[in-house]
Structures are given as structure tokens and as C-alpha cells.
Design a binder for this molecule. Structure first.
Ligand SMILES: Nc1ncnc2c1ncn2[C@@H]1O[C@H](COP(=O)(O)OP(=O)(O)OP(=O)(O)O)[C@@H](O)[C@H]1O
Ligand SMILES: CC(=O)N[C@H]1[C@@H]2OC[C@@H](O2)[C@@H](O)[C@@H]1O[C@H](C)C(=O)O
Length: 403
């Protein structure tokens, strides 16, 4: 605790942010130097790596991932095993970067979301109106395994504060990327797509955050990846959107998929592969007689679905003709077919990568968790959003000590 008090007083902290997202592609590891806290935060990314998961790793996570029924024994074992596995991956990165664990002040671990259950999505009769979410990979294993104080399990506090446990990008986007000169949308195209809207503002001013907003928009890559895996067991995604580019959008199937009430629901909202999965796709295919659609056409339709989900949510937030700068991140930003569809559906928006803002698009979410840990030890709750779009004014994360 003495060490934590010291850390809070330091002018800068060296923090590793860890993110393992819904795509199960790997653990993103971002070693950051954070100066100050709150709106005065300055962040330098010193090193970044994605430690890829192998097929056996993914198989283990998929035993419980987004499943309603699982073995409680397996879930318990996975919680400890993932924590240890992530600790080993961090140590491997540090060795590679020639940084000693003692030179790192904090680890910030998101863990692995295995089930996301916002109230609108589960409708369990025993728990009406309850938002809940579960991340595995216990932070005590990371702290003991690496010897670094670990901040983990960020999402529970967001739920306790009245949110759905996501998106948490809001806080980092607001503190790091608000601009007094430009109205911006930070669009992350991961397994699930989400964005943060930032009005033209200086994050340090008193009312700065009131018009900011952040929400999930629907599927990003999750359905695309699932279809690719189903048809091509040796592939995990459609590289550079090549398969999708060779297909044609099927309008009836697209319309059926878009009938899901999630797309019209008020903002903010969150979702996950518990909803956007092969069962959802299959039901729409049966309904429209498209069960035998060529895989290229299916992928083209799903790219259009992801882009339309984003465009609809942007219009819900900003009105019928959104015209602002959009900075994309996440794996989907590497898919030119998806990016072209977004530009077509939001013609007045100017698209660029977050790299332009100094944030590498693949590192953005891991950086975000480093920032949240920095706020947990040194910051103050920040006020973002207003009315029904208010984001909980809280600091997040639980502290695990190595000894
Ligand atoms: N070159 C590429 N071409 C097409 N798609 C790509 C490319 N590179 C990555 N992707 C897509 O991005 C996905 C990984 O994205 P990312 O790592 O941002 O997701 P995540 O962080 O796991 O998800 P979430 O943000 O929902 O938790 C891959 O599974 C793939 O679908
Ligand atoms: C429950 C959960 O893990 N949600 C993720 C997921 O991946 C993208 C989107 O859905 C987002 O809401 C969130 O992650 C990012 C890091 C967030 O909280 O901002």
C-alpha cells in the first residue's frame, strides 16, 4: 500500500495495458509511459505487441465463451489458467523488450470477456433490469506471476455505477483525444464495433464532457470471422476483405438481419457475440431462403451489416447528415471493404486512422486500460455525458498486490 501511495504521487508512471478482445486473436500488450492524470494526461507508447493465441488456447476459451450453459469446473479452472497464461505472455514481451518487471509500475489487465449480459440482451426472469458482465483471467495470478502490482476487473465498477460495463473507451478517448479544434468520432472496429463521439472541446474545461457519448453499434468482425472459420477451418479471418470483395450484398438477408431491435434501440447500448452469432445469422438465412448463399455473398452481406450498424448508430447520435472526422481503430480498420462501405454510408464524414492522432490502431484498446489504471491510482472521477447518456463518473479497477 505504501508503494501504491508512492505511485500515486509520481509525476509519471510506466504502465502495461493488456487487452484480450472478443475476436480471441491474441493478447494486446502496450507498455506506456503516462505523465500526469485526468485531462492533463500525456501518454507515450514505448512498446506494443499482440501475442497471438494458438488454436488450443482459443479452444479452451471457446468452451465457455458467450455460452449460456457451461461446466462450472471448466470455468473455474480457466479463470486461474488464463491469469497465469497472460502473466507468462507479459514476461515474454518484457524479455523481448529488455525491460525488467521491476521497471514497470503497474499492469492493467482487462482479462477475457466470456459473457456480457446487459439487461436488454438477457431478459432472465430472475434478474429483470440487471446489467452484468464477466471477465476471466484473475489479476492476482498476473500480480504474483509477474511481480508487478496489477489493476484488473475494470468493468464491474461501471456496472455498479449504473452502466452496462462497456464501452470503457469513452474515458480514455475523452481524456486523451478530445480536441478544442475538431468534432470527432473514435470508431473501433473489433469483434464488436463501438464509437465515442467527442464534441469540439477541451477536456480540462468544466462542462467539457457533457455532450460526449459512447456506444456499441453492433457486429464489427465477429460474424465475418465466424463464417470464415465455418467455411475455411484453416483461416481465422478474411484477410484484407478479399473474400467479401468478391461477393454481392444480398438485400433481403441484410434487411432481415437489420430487423433485430438492437439496431433501432436508443443509445448508449452494448452487445456481444451472445447475440451476434451464427444462430442469429442462421435464423435470418432460413427466414429469407438464403441458407445456400455462396460464402462470398454471405461475407459481403455481413460487411454491409457491420457498416450499416455503425451508420445507423452514428445517425441516432448525430442526426441524418453526420459530417465530422472519424478516426478508425481495431482490426476491422484493416479491412478495405468495410472501410469503403462506411465511407459510402456516411459520405460527409472524413475517415482516417487513429494513427494520425498518434495512437496506433491495433494498440488503442490496450493503451486505454493503461490509462484507466493510471486514473485508478492517481486520478479523480471524470464527468462524461448527460441525462440518459451519462457515463458513470467513477474510477475503475481492483488492485492485486504481488506479495
Ligand atoms: N488485414 C485484415 N483484414 C481484414 N480483417 C482484419 C485484418 N486484420 C484484422 N482483421 C479483423 O480484426 C479482428 C481483430 O480485431 P481486434 O483485435 O480489434 O478485435 P478485438 O479487440 O478482439 O475485439 P473487441 O474490440 O470487440 O473486443 C480479426 O479477427 C479480423 O476479423
Ligand atoms: C463486454 C466487453 O468486453 N465489451 C467489449 C467488446 O469489444 C468492443 C465492444 O464490445 C466494447 O464495448 C468492449 O470493449 C472496449 C475495449 C470498451 O469497453 O470500450
Amino acid at each position: 500500500m505504501h508503494r501504491l501511495a508512492q505511485l500515486a504521487q509520481q509525476p509519471s508512471r510506466r504502465i502495461i495495458g493488456l487487452m484480450s478482445g472478443t475476436s480471441l486473436d491474441g493478447l494486446d500488450v502496450a507498455l506506456c509511459r503516462l505523465h500526469g492524470h485526468g485531462p492533463a494526461t500525456r501518454l507515450e507508447l514505448e512498446h506494443f505487441a499482440t501475442v497471438g493465441y494458438d488454436e488450443e488456447f482459443r479452444r479452451r476459451v471457446r468452451q465457455v465463451f458467450a455460452r449460456e450453459q457451461v461446466s462450472l469446473e471448466y470455468l473455474t479452472l480457466l479463470h486461474a489458467w488464463l491469469g497465469r497464461a497472460h502473466a507468462r505472455m507479459v514476461l515474454d514481451c518484457l524479455r523481448e523488450w529488455q525491460v525488467a518487471p521491476a521497471e514497470v509500475d503497474l499492469l492493467a489487465s482487462h482479462g477475457q470477456t466470456v459473457y456480457h449480459a446487459p439487461a436488454h440482451q438477457h431478459q432472465h426472469p430472475d434478474f429483470p433490469g440487471l446489467n452484468a458482465t464477466l471477465q476471466l483471467g484473475d489479476a492476482d495470478h498476473l500480480a504474483v506471476g509477474t511481480g508487478i502490482i496489477t489493476v484488473g476487473d475494470f468493468r464491474q465498477k461501471h456496472v455498479a455505477g449504473g452502466g452496462e460495463g462497456a464501452p470503457l473507451a469513452t474515458y480514455g478517448d475523452f481524456l486523451l483525444l478530445s480536441s478544442p479544434n475538431e468534432e470527432r468520432l473514435l470508431l473501433n472496429l473489433g469483434g464488436i464495433a463501438n464509437f465515442t463521439y467527442l464534441p469540439r472541446t477541451n477536456a480540462a474545461s468544466a462542462q467539457a464532457g457533457s455532450a460526449a457519448l459512447s456506444t456499441d453499434t453492433g457486429p464489427g468482425n465477429t460474424l465475418l470471422d465466424a463464417v470464415v472459420r465455418q467455411h475455411f477451418p484453416h483461416l481465422s479471418f478474411d484477410e484484407d476483405g478479399r473474400l467479401g470483395a468478391a461477393g454481392t450484398v444480398h438485400p433481403e438477408l441484410l434487411a432481415e438481419l437489420l430487423k433485430h431491435p438492437f439496431f433501432a434501440a436508443a443509445l448508449p447500448k452494448t452487445t456481444g457475440p451472445e447475440l451476434f452469432n451464427l444462430a442469429y445469422l442462421h435464423a435470418a438465412q432460413v427466414c429469407t431462403g438464403t441458407a445456400d448463399l455462396a460464402v462470398e455473398d454471405l461475407l459481403a452481406t455481413l460487411v454491409e451489416l457491420s457498416a450499416t450498424g455503425v451508420a445507423r448508430a452514428v445517425r441516432l447520435a448525430l442526426g441524418p447528415q453526420p459530417a465530422l472526422a472519424v478516426y478508425a481503430s481495431g482490426g476491422g480498420a484493416h479491412n478495405p471493404v468495410l472501410m469503403a462501405a462506411l465511407q459510402r454510408l456516411l459520405p460527409a464524414c472524413r475517415f482516417a486512422s487513429t494513427a494520425v492522432l498518434g495512437v496506433p490502431p491495433d494498440a488503442k484498446e490496450a493503451i486505454l486500460f493503461a490509462l484507466l489504471a493510471n486514473e485508478a491510482v492517481a486520478g479523480q472521477p471524470v464527468s462524461i455525458g448527460a441525462g440518459s447518456q451519462r457515463v458513470p463518473a467513477i474510477r475503475m479497477g481492483k488492485i492485486s498486490l504481488p506479495d
